[in-house]
Structures are given as C-alpha cells and as structure tokens.
Write a protein that binds this ligand. Sequence first.
Ligand code: MF3
Ligand code: CO
Length: 329
Amino acid sequence: ERNEPCWCGSGKKYKKCHMAMDEKIALHAEKGEIVPDHSMIKTPEQIEKIRISADLNTAVLDHVAAHIHAGMSTAEIDKLVYDFTTEHGGIPAPLDYQGFPKSVCTSINNEICHGIPDESIILQEGDIVNVDVSTILDGYFSDASRMFCIGEVSERARRLVRVTEECVELGLKEAKPWNHLGDIADAINSHAKANGYSVVEDIGGHGIGLEFHEEPWVSYVTPKGSEMLLVPGMMFTIEPMINEGSPDFFIDEDNGWTVYTEDDGLSAQIEYMVLITEDGAEVLTNSNVPGKEKAAAPSLLDDTAALLLSNKKKRVMGIEPTYPAWKAG
Ligand code: MF3
Ligand code: CO
C-alpha cells in the first residue's frame, strides 16, 4: 500500500503523502495516548472548501461588527446574520439545529452561551455580548464567535473580555502538531485562574468542517499533556467560556437553550476555528478588517497572528498561500 494513492485523496502515493505521519501517530498510540483517526484529518480538498465557508462566516461577523449598537434588539442581529448569510449563498448552521429557533446565538452578560435572539432583548450601553455565528456553505461548516462591548462598559466587564481574548490566544499558541488538546486547555485554564476567573467545564469545543459538531469534543480544563494528540489536518474550535465567579451554570427552563451563570456573574466567550498545520495552527476565522472587537492585548497578538494574517492576505491577493508540507508533497 506504500505505492497506492494516499487515503487523503491528494493523488500522491501513500509513501509520499501521509505515511510518515501515520507512522508517527502509531508510535504515540503505542504509548497509550489518545490519537485521532483518519476521519478527524481533513484532506486538502476539504480544507479548501471549509476555508471558503469560514471566510463567509468571518464576513458575517464583520457585518455584525459594523452594525451592532446600543438600542438594537438581538432579533435585529439575527436578521443581519440570516440576510447576509443567505445573500451570499450560505445557510446559518444554528437555524433549526436540534430545534434552535434562530440563525445566531447572542449571549449577554451573565449568559454563558446559546442565547436566543428576541425582539424584546435590547442591547444596552454597558452590556458585553457574545455573537456566535456558524455557517454552512456548499455543505461545509464553520463556526466562530466574538465579544462586543456595547458603548462604555465597566472596567470589570472590560477586564473579563480582555482576559478571555488572552486565554484564546494563549490556547492558540499550544495548538500545534504533536501537542495535545490538554496543552491548549491548560494554557487557557491557567490564565483564567491566574486572573481569578473560572472556565466552564461541561460545555466545550468540537471538531468542525464536514459537520457542525464533530469529534473530538474539546475541554478547556484538562491537564497539560492529556487528551487527544494534535496532528496536521485536524480542525476544531477553541471556544472557552470564562466566568467571573463560579463555573457552574443552569439552562433556561422555558426555552431549553440559554445557559446562565449559576451565581449571576458575568461570562465571556471567544471562538476561533483552527486548522492544525505542519508547524502550528491557522485560524480560519480571522478577520481582515481591524476592529474594536479584535483589539486583543497587542503583546499576545504577536508572531502567530501576524503569520496567520499574512497567509490570509496572500489568498486575498490571489497568491498561493503556504500549506502544510504534506500537501506540497
Ligand atoms: N459555537 C456554538 C457551539 O458550537 C454554536 C451553537 S449553535 C446552537 O455550541 F444552535 F447549537 F445553539
Ligand atoms: Co462552536
């Protein structure tokens, strides 16, 4: 089978494509580590399709960023998302997903996630709101969320949003081949704890691309070195929910969706969708448009982000971006 076409569909011989990687994974498996199977490794063709879905998802979030303001209802955000997505040939993934009634999740202040947009929910000056956008384009899935500060927010809220951004960036630094999901989790959990915050334990991230939620399930509280091995071609979300107080939560009894902090403290979440590359990770949901909502601590938005942006820029300019080496052969 060394000379047969690779299972990834690249058209190359297996020995020139994924064979070395498979052998390396097998060594980790022999040591008792949790390793991904081929279903969790995207092929070059799949990556290209998912990338386009993610680009639309980013454009939807940029569209929300350009229009979100105090005094608007979250139903208006839902309409922005639905209209923009469908006008560009996409489908909002949350709509009708396991009965979810709207096109986007909008979670304000003490809401951890899965808030349902509604005409009666009006954004107020001082609110912090997570807008979680997920898109299906040509059958491929993407998912990302941002925090928006509505007008002037309290120092307390601003600090939570800033630390949440830092958590995601620190997690991202650990997203690289031959690390483990627990390395990402530990970076996030340690930084949250160091700032007096907690990480929600029972709601996590997920593989994504061919389905909305794929394996692996991603915890952000597991220890360094634990959980699944990361290998090039894996795609998943980094989307920790950071609480001011206790990580405990409850779910709205009436709508069955909205997740609230048990202690009524603030909660923030930022979601990146990432591809593990040959030497790190690419954020597939980065925006080209600099905006307030992307104002992470500059010290943490360093080389990694710059590298990722330059790849994105290359695509915009029609230049061949850099791919994992196994694509190049
Ligand atoms: N990013 C969220 C998640 O993966 C999106 C949820 S959409 C919903 O859980 F429809 F499930 F609410
Ligand atoms: Co998600």
